[in-house]
Design a protein around this ligand. Sequence first.
Ligand SMILES: NC(=O)c1ccc[n+]([C@@H]2O[C@H](COP(=O)([O-])OP(=O)(O)OC[C@H]3O[C@@H](n4cnc5c(N)ncnc54)[C@H](OP(=O)(O)O)[C@@H]3O)[C@@H](O)[C@H]2O)c1
Length: 337
Amino acid sequence: MGFGVVGRALARLLLEEGERLAKRRGFRPIVVGVADSLGAAYDEGGLDMLEVLGAKERYGTVSKSSSGVRGMTGLELLGTVYADVVVEVTPTNLGDGEPGLTHIREALKSGMSVVTSNKGPLALAMPALMELARHRGAVLRFSGTVGGGTPVLDYGRRLSAGDYIEGVEGILNGTTNYILTRMTEGLEFQEALREAQERGYAERDPSMDLEGLDSACKLVIMANYVLGLKATLRDVEVKGIGGVTREEVAEAYHRDYAVKLVASIREDKLKVEPREVPRRSPLCVWGVLNAVTFKCRRLGEQTVVGRGAGGVETALSIIRDLAEVKRNLSGSLGGWA
Ligand SMILES: NC(=O)c1ccc[n+]([C@@H]2O[C@H](COP(=O)([O-])OP(=O)(O)OC[C@H]3O[C@@H](n4cnc5c(N)ncnc54)[C@H](OP(=O)(O)O)[C@@H]3O)[C@@H](O)[C@H]2O)c1
C-alpha cells in the first residue's frame, strides 16, 4: 500500500538484492499487488516490478501498468488478492490515521501480517493493533518507524528482554536536529529551516517535525514495543522547537551544552521538549543523525547512533522486517502486497 519514496525504494532494492536475499537468506518476496492514490496493479503470479516502476515514473500511477486497474483502492486490493504480508507505506496522518489505519486493521483481520513505516496508525492505536495481530496470529512489524535504517527498536527490545530499562532519552527527529545544529553554528531559526528544506531534510510543511509530533509518535512506538507500556499519542507531553532562539543555543554551547529536541520516558511518563544535553554525552549528535540512550538497571547506559529517515534506509528496515515475518510464519512463502 503506497508507492512513494519508500515504496519505490523497496521495489528497487528487491529487484537489486533479490538474488542475494534468496541465496543468503532463503527468501524471495513476490509482489502480488501495489496500490497508490490513483489505483492499483495486481497479479497473483507476481508483478513485473520493473514495468510497474516504469509506469509509475512515466504516468504517475501504478494503475497504468499492464496489470493495473485505475481507481482501485488499497482496500479493494486487499479484498482481491491474498498476500502473506502487506507493506503499508502511505503518508503519516495524525488526524485519524487514515488510510493506513484501515489498511493495517483489515489486513490483520484477514490474518495477513503487516510491515509498516507509517507512524500514524501506531501512534494513535498501537496497543489495539498489537492485540489484533496477536489475536489473529499475524505479525506486525514497524522497524522503520524509529531511527530509519538504524535498528533502534530491535536493539532496545533485545536489551529489555534481559535487563530492566528504567528510562529512555532520544534525539529522534533529524530535521529538528539539523536546524538546532545550524543554529549552534550561528543561523537564525528561519534561515536554518529554509536550508533544511532546500537540502530535502524538511518537508514543505514541516509542522509535524517542528512541533515535536514526529518525535512523539516515535516515542509512543518505543514505549509500547521496548518498555511494554500501553501508550498512545495522547499520553505524550509535547513541546516543539518553535520558541528556541539562536541566543539560547549559543549561550548553552558556551557552557558546554547543546540544545536538542529530546524525547524521553522516565517513570512511565512520555515527554518531548527542547532541552540542554551535555556536549560530551553520546546522545549529543549533530546534523540529521538520530541517537537513543537506553538507561538500563544493570548494564548502565547504552546508546545507539545512526542515520534516521531516508527512502533507502527505511526500505532496508522493511526488508529486515519481512525477513523477520518470514521467520515467524514458519517458512510459508506466499505473496507480498
Ligand atoms: N521517506 C522517509 O524517509 C520515511 C522515513 C520513515 C518513515 N516514513 C514514513 O513512511 C511512509 C511513506 O513515506 P514516503 O516518503 O514513501 O511517502 P510518500 O512519498 O508521500 O508516498 C506515499 C504513497 O502513498 C500513496 N497513497 C496515498 N494515499 C493512498 C491511498 N488512499 N491508498 C493507497 N496509496 C495511497 C501515495 O500515492 P501517490 O503516489 O499516488 O501520491 C504514495 O505512493 C510515511 O508514513 C512516512 O511518514 C518515511
